[in-house]
Write a protein that binds this ligand. Structure first.
Ligand code: WT7
Length: 661
């Protein structure tokens, strides 16, 4: 039988946990054994991290797969668990959020103050007729009110739908309509790249198309002029005047907590639904385990936007349920200078940093000397999420940011999984650069071939999850059939074979000789070259392992002889010369470098040296657009592109670029 996905790269570097960190780690190796012995008992133990108003009668009801119920008949309030209980335990003076505005203004919010803010917002929601069973759209910049608004919804049992503040009228209005939201919480604007960037006009236009909206609550952040409509109410004239006492009612463990839309590759966005008890259990547990959080001493910083699931699970619900002190930053990493991140780490003595490969590669491109100017000795754990991290980017992160002292945890998960699924444990795992390593305790991941057979070590295929997990999505909002079709009908019972329900994540993966997992990108991106299935990730990582390369994106373009041929788009590192003959030579060197690293089958037909790559707002490379360029097609939909000028640059270069043999 032919291989499902080729395994071309190999990695021999390995880094055991620092001894002191291992000795004091929150989670040790026995967690894997405990979970393997009795998975449900393990998750029931983790659920005890939370305060339940009513204990559950059954840990998991899987009698109607793939529709799971976790902690059946248990009751709890998410906001109570994230805020009140820390104050009741005498920790009200602990800082919850060190907020840093892009212009340099700051706010320090303790847990006691957070309780007051969330209570006021909850009272306002009630006054506006918003309660359990309603939906609220949140369209805010990265300001503390974003977390407050989410927690206030959770507190009154309203389901929030956060829409990323960079999205358009169209994106916002379709999300409001799909969820039938009755309230929007927004702001006049936020700061980005040194300037106020308006939000309210987008909301005004969207709301005009959304009759379900009864009120619009507006935070004043920038003070810019805004048009004012009948439905609008200022946050400072409502929430900030409201009573500061609010008693949180418990809700059922399966009460809908939030909907978060994920665009996927085609079709209308999917409203991923997450519920209460299982979600909070897994994000709380994984935040504690993967980041080894010591709430008394750590300062945690996740650089994601609250509009993505990372912001939901690892800015709001995980860290706050654990009583963490965290940094929240409003703006971009290069405002006012390219050292802003390191300035923030230094200023707040950040000890745990969680960021994305796209940012790490950007920092690589900007140059080692920028972080080198900062102390950074407060850091003790570094995390990565969002895309496969290339081994060289991982090493750069370890050396230049972690100064070889800090474990790097590459965490694989999805909007759909709600929480981290595959990751090293920083006090247990000997990490390999570029690998997410193994499923966390209580999680069953596997790599299978197209017959759903587990591939042996050294083999590649499809990443699947074989058992339900607490923070799994419960359905796609309003579309159970699409939920079944998208995730459950590729393998197992949902595909009409076997009794087991197998979740298909849509990612390619391989197991190395030790069984560690390497994520290889979306299976839709896999290239078929002369009969070999080759992952874009492996070729990209081979390119990034060349000292002249900061970032690379690879696509399979139609080719008359090989079926598909590999076309690579490469961003050189900051100091690399690319003009004229030097550029031509680099091009040849890079193609040979890939052939040498991965074998001749993976040698790119063509390489384009480019200044930027097209990325989604969350930093994922849009290979679909590059494929259009590589196949000389006119560009498809570019509305989710971060910066559409990038594509003009790339297309223009492509017509003149000559790098064929
Ligand atoms: C997809 C999910 C998870 C929160 C942010 C993204 C890719 C994510 C990794 C990783 C390799 C990764 C996968 C996944 N991905 N983390 N550590 N290594 N790939 O959430 O937007 O739902 O995207 O991001 O392809 O399926 P999302």
């Amino acid at each position: 039988m032919s291989e499902t996905l080729a395994n071309l790269s190999s990695e021999s570097r390995q880094f055991p946990p620092p001894e002191a960190l291992a000795a004091a780690a929150n989670v040790k190796a026995d967690a894997y054994e405990e979970a393997a012995a009795d998975r449900l008992a393990f998750w029931a133990t983790q659920a005890d991290r939370l305060d339940w108003a009513k204990k559950w009668d059954q840990t998991l009801d899987w009698s109607n797969p793939p529709f799971a119920k976790w902690f059946v008949n248990g009751e709890l309030n998410v906001a109570y668990n994230c805020v009140d209980r820390h104050v009741e335990a005498g920790r009200g003076d602990r800082v919850a959020i060190h907020w840093e505005g892009e212009p340099g203004d700051t706010r320090t919010i303790t847990y006691a103050e957070l309780l007051k803010l969330v209570s006021q917002a909850a009272n306002t929601l009630t006054d506006l007729g918003v309660g359990a069973g309603d939906r609220v759209a949140i369209y805010l910049p990265m300001i503390p009110e974003a977390a407050v608004a989410m927690l206030a919804c959770a507190r009154v049992g309203a389901t929030h739908s956060v829409v990323f503040g960079g999205f358009s009228v169209q994106a916002l209005s379709t999300r409001i309509q799909d969820a039938d939201a009755k309230l929007v919480i927004t702001a006049d604007g936020g700061y980005r790249r040194g300037k106020p960037s308006a939000l309210k006009p987008t909301v005004d236009e969207a709301v005009a198309q959304c009759p379900s909206i009864e009120n619009v609550l507006v935070v004043r952040r920038t003070g810019q002029d805004v048009a004012w409509n009948d439905k609008d109410k200022w946050w400072h004239e409502t929430v900030e005047q409201a009573g500061t006492e609010h008693k949180a009612q418990p809700f059922d463990a399966e009460h809908p907590l939030f909907i978060l839309y994920t665009s996927g590759t085609t079709g209308k966005p999917k409203g991923i639904l997450h519920t209460t008890g299982g979600y909070l259990t897994q994000v709380s547990y994984t935040h504690n385990a993967v980041f080894d959080l010591k709430p008394e001493s750590d300062v945690y910083w996740c650089t994601a936007d609250i509009g993505w699931v990372t912001g939901h699970s690892y800015i709001v619900y995980g860290p706050l349920s654990n009583g963490a002190t965290q940094v929240m930053y409003e703006g971009t990493p290069d405002t006012p200078g390219r050292d802003r991140f390191w300035q923030i780490v230094d200023k707040y003595k950040v000890s745990i940093l969680y960021t994305a490969p796209t940012l790490i590669r950007t920092m690589m491109k900007w140059g080692d000397d920028i972080p080198a100017g900062y102390d950074l000795s407060s850091l003790r754990i570094l995390g990565s999420v969002g895309e496969p991290i290339n081994p060289e980017a991982w090493m750069w992160y370890r050396e230049n940011i972690g100064r070889e002292r800090c474990p790097v945890v590459d965490t694989w998960w999805q909007t759909e999984t709600g929480g981290i699924m595959i990751s090293p444990l920083p006090g247990v795992t000997a990490t390999k650069p570029g690998s997410a390593m193994t499923p966390l305790p209580g999680i069953t991941a596997d790599v299978v071939d197209d017959q759903a057979q587990s591939v042996p070590n050294g083999g590649g295929g499809f990443l699947v999850l074989r058992d339900p997990w607490p923070s799994m999505l419960r359905t796609i909002w309003g579309d159970d059939q699409r939920f079944l079709d998208t995730y459950w009908s590729r393998f197992g019972a949902g595909a009409g074979s076997g009794d087991d329900w197998i979740y298909f994540a849509g990612d390619g993966s391989k197991k190395d000789e030790d069984g560690a997992l390497w994520l290889l990108g979306r299976v839709d991106d896999v290239m078929l070259v002369s009969g070999h299935n080759i992952s874009t990730t492996e070729v990209e990582s081979a390119l990034v392992s060349h000292p002249s390369v900061a970032e690379a994106a690879v696509v399979g373009a139609t080719d008359p002889t090989t079926g598909q041929a590999i076309v690579a788009f490469v961003i050189p590192r900051g100091n690399v010369e690319t003009e004229g003959d030097i550029g031509e030579q680099l091009n040849v060197d890079l193609r040979n470098h890939v052939a040498k690293t991965l074998g001749p089958i993976a040698k790119p037909r063509q390489i384009m040296l480019v200044p930027e790559l097209p990325k989604t707002r969350s930093g994922k490379i849009m290979r679909r657009l590059l494929k259009d360029v590589a196949e000389n097609r006119s560009l498809g939909d570019v509305t989710t592109l971060q910066d559409s000028a990038v594509m003009d640059l790339i297309s223009a270069g492509m017509q003149t670029g000559k790098s064929e043999d």
